[in-house]
Design a binder for this molecule. Structure first.
Ligand code: EPU
Length: 350
């Protein structure tokens, strides 16, 4: 284990916000975490786990000890009648994992191509896109209990997945007793990829691609290429324009609330969910309030997707986390005033 001090974090967060970590340790295996726990000075510090930095807003220098997850490795570790089991280290780039699985003949992750971030962060917010969520392909994960230094494994049920949520987002010691935030550090994740693969095409953008190309039974590689093209067309590349993906979750409402909104706003984009609730497209709500292209300081709302907040100052004059949060609060207020809906931010504010 090697302790680094005053580490610039600008290239470690996809917004490109300039901030420093007072202390940072790169975690390449469980031994690095055990070394942190064995060091009397480090063990007592609060900790902040950092993956690909694609879902965080830094509002200042980080005083907690940053654990930068860099556990490597991807491989086939087993199989059942129905699934291939693929394991990847927490530090592996998510998109690199998706590409690896397709290159090696294990389809199933293609709808989630090009999601920024690392494998270790993927269960935390149960990432998802174009009709597939991480929980649909998840087998289990290994983590370390930072209170005791013990290694443990969790299956899907134990991770408590729901829309952009899991036990890893809930504070340890919370009322429901299930939270593992601040306690568990994810080291490796295993995916169960179907041997009898079928394409997941029930998403409007993919239906459009099928109609445009005339291909009605695409293979996994074709879907991967489509998803990459769709994302490149509507979402900013963090290498070019800093951002943290969707800034708000799509809110859920009751059918009665939805009927009420439709009566006033007939065009509101909404999707009935299997549990009877209705999900509203947050991007549409924000767009309807006129936010596309608006700016606060160097933070702005992306011109092509109102759900994405961006850093308009680049690396030279980056936005601050404060500007991002001021803009986010102004958006929340105007959506609440017009629709009576409270938008919940998706990234973690540090
Ligand atoms: N819309 C607008 N104006 C906008 C943005 C969207 O009218 O400025 C409308 C679109 O036309 C569409 C609807 O809102 O009818 C939904 O938009 P889109 O299909 O782009 O998806 P989304 O709900 O905005 C979600 C995820 C994305 C994921 C896509 C595709 C959330 C919060 N976001 O976005 O995930 O890639 O679906 O599955 O669930 C992320 O979480 O960072 C992320 C990018």
């Amino acid at each position: 284990m090697f302790l680094e001090k005053n580490v610039p974090l600008q290239s470690y967060n996809t917004f490109g916000i300039a901030a420093k970590a007072q202390a940072l340790v790169r975690v390449r295996s469980e031994a690095d975490l055990l070394a942190v726990l064995a060091d009397p000075q480090l063990a007592s510090l609060p900790r902040q786990v950092l993956g690909g930095g694609s879902n965080i807003v830094l509002t200042g220098d980080v005083k907690a000890l940053v654990l930068k997850m860099e556990v490597p490795g991807i491989g086939l570790v087993g199989e059942t009648d129905k699934h291939w089991l693929i394991e990847a280290g927490a530090g592996v780039d998510w998109h690199a994992l998706v590409a690896w699985t397709l290159d090696h003949g294990y389809p199933g992750l293609e709808n989630m191509a090009l999601i920024p971030g690392t494998v270790g962060a993927s269960p935390v917010q149960n990432i998802g896109a174009y009709g597939v969520e991480l929980q649909d392909r998840f087998d289990s994960l290994d983590a370390m209990d930072m209170f005791t230094g013990e290694l443990f494994s969790l299956n899907a049920a134990q991770c408590g997945f729901s829309y952009r949520d899991s036990v890893f987002k809930h504070a340890c010691g919370a009322a429901d007793g299930l939270g593992l935030a601040g306690r568990a550090v994810i080291l490796r994740v295993r995916f169960a990829l179907p041997k009898h693969w079928r394409p997941e095409l029930g998403y409007l953008d993919l239906e459009r691609k099928m109609a445009e190309t005339g291909i009605d039974s695409p293979d996994a590689r074709q879907i991967f290429d489509w998803v990459v093209a769709i994302r490149r067309a509507k979402l900013p590349d963090p290498q070019v324009i800093g951002n943290a993906g969707s800034f708000f979750k799509n809110p859920s409402v009751t059918p009665e609330q939805c009927a009420d909104i439709i009566a006033r706003e007939p065009k509101v984009v909404h999707y009935p969910m299997p549990d009877g609730s209705i999900k509203l497209a947050a991007g549409w709500l924000i767009d309807a309030c006129g936010w596309k292209g608006k700016t606060v300081g160097h933070a702005g709302v992306y011109e092509k997707q109102a759900l994405v907040l961006v850093n308009r100052g680049g690396r030279e004059n980056p936005c601050t986390g404060g500007e991002v949060m001021t803009l986010a609060k102004a958006i929340q207020t105007s959506v609440y005033e017009r629709f009576g809906i409270r938008l919940e931010p998706e990234p973690v504010v540090i």
